[in-house]
Design a protein around this ligand. Structure first.
Ligand code: ATP
Ligand code: MG
Length: 579
């Protein structure tokens, strides 16, 4: 392919709208072009990267026995009503009507459609297990589309779904997929971690996310420095090594103190000359949008982890009601709540985070305006229904799994996720099969997603320098940039033609830059776009029968004889050290 034919239009300046390096570089390198907020054209270079990632995915999906199909993007609402998601998916779902006023949505994910596909195909246990996948554009009307392909509204996803007669079969496929994901992201040249994650509202109870480690990541992940424990911060567990602190014989008794107008932990502690870690914070949560209330206590310097709380309660949602609403509903003195004397008739239970266990002589709200209580000893003074882990882990704390490790917090970009869905969709949508005894049984499912565009963006976050992108070999738009420094010179032209053909014969894709441009322009473009190998043909070297071969990563430069170039490039791109 010639540069001039590839529709490559690079920009010298950083586009103002881009914050993230991957977004800037994809725009500058002419890989993508914005059409509307969160909606992009994939220009030829960008599309080549996408196609390379897709090829790796297809290869690994085939290797683990998954079969490709393609479902429509436009989905009739009836299917979503059957699963129940039509009513609670919220504004991320783009809904539309056809000319007959029938309702549809643009698929943000395809569980409903695949279940419908399976309802027609899966009859008996002999049809199971089976795994299907597609690579297709999704649409999610994200609140804040940003960072280019990283958080787009329309984006390409690989979504796979597996169907099983039982849990053991699901477990086997789940781990096979987990391994396939590991190979995929490895082949994409990424430094990543699979981490335990919260299953959120998609359902199921076992799920792992695959995170590319990068400071710009939106998620925080905790990983042990000694064992392979790693979890999303929403899920990361505390080590359970505490019992509720003993109360000394001479412990002072609770005493009410006036705290006029002091509601926040900071204000109360400053007023009482205490630290936030001496106060017990109590929050009342509304569970499942009005179903019931629970009270949750935590040490004053910590935050409640709502994902853990939701998991603990097996709830669909937990939310802090508005102060006025809560006061009207319960008569509680909102702002001065404390577990010490809480009116328990309005809450289903009082839950305390493990962080409260080690506390002694602490402060809590007095459940009346402008007052708090001090000298609280949880073991003596609080009625806790349930002690639970509903906080966030912090840097350096003990690993919940191994004896000696400490947790480290890092930022990650979620590029993929695998879920055990169980019967979450099979049950409401009646996806069943005839078991060996001839009885109808519900199918058990798994689902497995990869963000293709986000994977490309994450690779740039991890691999770039001041001059541009440094593509890992496996997903580079072209592996080699062949720069002709003197396109008018017959010898240079013929060397270029020869190298171009030899490389292509070895299955190395090459972009020949024989534009009438200054060498500096070609060098800059090659660095910006980030081809793993650059071959420069021109000058005195050609007379001597050699060309310059330079690797983008590490910038190593070698002079190589014409007839050794193809072998040399093959050695570079297949070497174990190549990213
Ligand atoms: P996030 O938490 O980042 O919104 P998600 O957990 O909702 O993502 P999944 O439903 O797990 O996403 O989708 C599977 C994969 O699709 C994700 O791991 C991610 O790589 C990709 N993805 C999800 N949303 C987007 C988006 N808005 N833009 C680009 N890729 C996305
Ligand atoms: Mg996810």
């Amino acid at each position: 392919m010639r540069f001039a034919d590839a529709f490559i239009h690079t920009l010298r300046e950083d586009p103002a709208e881009a914050e993230l390096v991957s977004h800037k570089l994809m725009l500058r390198a002419g890989m993508i072009q914005k059409l509307a907020s969160g909606i992009y054209n994939y220009l030829p270079l960008g599309l080549r990267v996408i196609r390379k990632i897709e090829a790796i995915i297809r290869d690994e999906m085939a290797a683990c026995g998954a079969t490709e199909l393609l479902m429509p993007a436009v989905i009739p609402s009836e299917l979503w009503q059957e699963s129940g998601r039509w009513s609670y998916y919220g504004p991320e779902l783009l809904r539309l009507r056809d000319r007959k006023q029938n309702e549809f949505c643009i698929g943000p994910t395809h569980e409903e459609v695949i279940v419908d596909v399976a309802r027609h195909g899966v009859r008996s246990y002999r049809d199971l297990p089976t795994t299907l996948y597609q690579i297709q554009s999704k649409f999610r009307d994200e609140v804040r589309p940003r960072y280019g392909l990283m958080r787009a509204r329309e984006f390409i996803m690989k979504d796979a779904y597996s169907f099983h007669a039982n849990e053991a079969s699901l477990d086997a496929t789940y781990w096979r997929m987990h391994q396939a994901y590991t190979r995929i992201f490895h082949r994409c040249g990424l430094d990543f971690r699979p981490v335990e994650a919260d299953s959120g509202t998609i359902g199921g109870d076992v799920t792992h996310e695959f995170h590319v480690l990068a400071d710009s990541g939106e998620d925080t992940i905790a990983s042990c420095d000694a064992c392979d424990y790693a979890a999303n911060i929403e899920k990361a567990a505390h080590r359970d090594d505490g019992h509720v602190a003993d109360v000394p014989d001479n412990a002072p008794v609770p005493e009410e103190v006036a705290t006029p107008g002091k509601k926040s932990i900071e204000d109360v502690c400053a007023f009482l000359n205490a630290r936030a870690s001496d106060a017990i914070k109590l929050l009342v949560y509304d569970v499942n949008d009005g179903e019931y209330l629970v009270a949750v206590c935590i040490r004053g310097d910590q935050e409640i982890n709502e994902a853990k709380l939701r998991g603990l309660l097996s709830a669909d949602s937990v939310a802090i009601p508005d102060d006025a609403d809560l006061a009207a509903r319960t008569g509680l003195a909102v702002g001065f709540l404390g577990a010490h004397s809480l009116d328990r008739s309005c809450v289903r239970e009082v839950i305390a985070d493990w962080s409260v266990r080690g506390m002694t002589d602490c402060i809590a709200g007095a459940n009346k305006p402008d007052a708090h209580v001090r000298h609280i000893y949880p073991a003596r003074d609080l009625r806790i229904d349930r002690w639970a882990d509903v906080g966030f882990v912090s840097e350096g704390e003990s690993c919940p799994r191994c004896e000696n490790g400490a947790l480290r917090l890092r930022r990650g970009i979620e590029v993929g996720q695998v879920f055990k869905l169980g019967r979450k969709y099979a049950a409401p949508m009646h996806l069943s099969f005839l078991n060996e005894k001839g009885e109808q049984e519900l199918v058990t499912m798994g689902c497995y997603g990869i963000g293709v565009g986000r994977t490309a963006a994450a690779a740039i976050e991890q691999h770039h320098d001041a001059d541009g992108i440094i593509w890992p070999v496996g997903i580079a738009p072209y592996t080699v940039a062949l720069l002709s420094l003197d396109p008018g010179n017959d010898e240079v032209r013929s060397v270029c033609a020869r190298l171009h053909d030899e490389l292509e014969q070895r299955d190395i894709d090459v972009l020949l830059d024989d534009r009438e441009e200054r060498p500096g322009v070609k060098f800059k473009d090659a660095d910006l776009i980030g081809f793993p190998v650059r071959i420069v043909v021109g000058g005195r070297k050609v007379k001597g029968g050699t060309v310059e071969v330079r690797q983008r990563a590490g910038r190593t430069v070698e002079e190589v004889a014409f007839d050794k170039v193809a072998d040399h490039v093959v050695t570079i791109v297949t070497s174990p050290g190549a990213i």
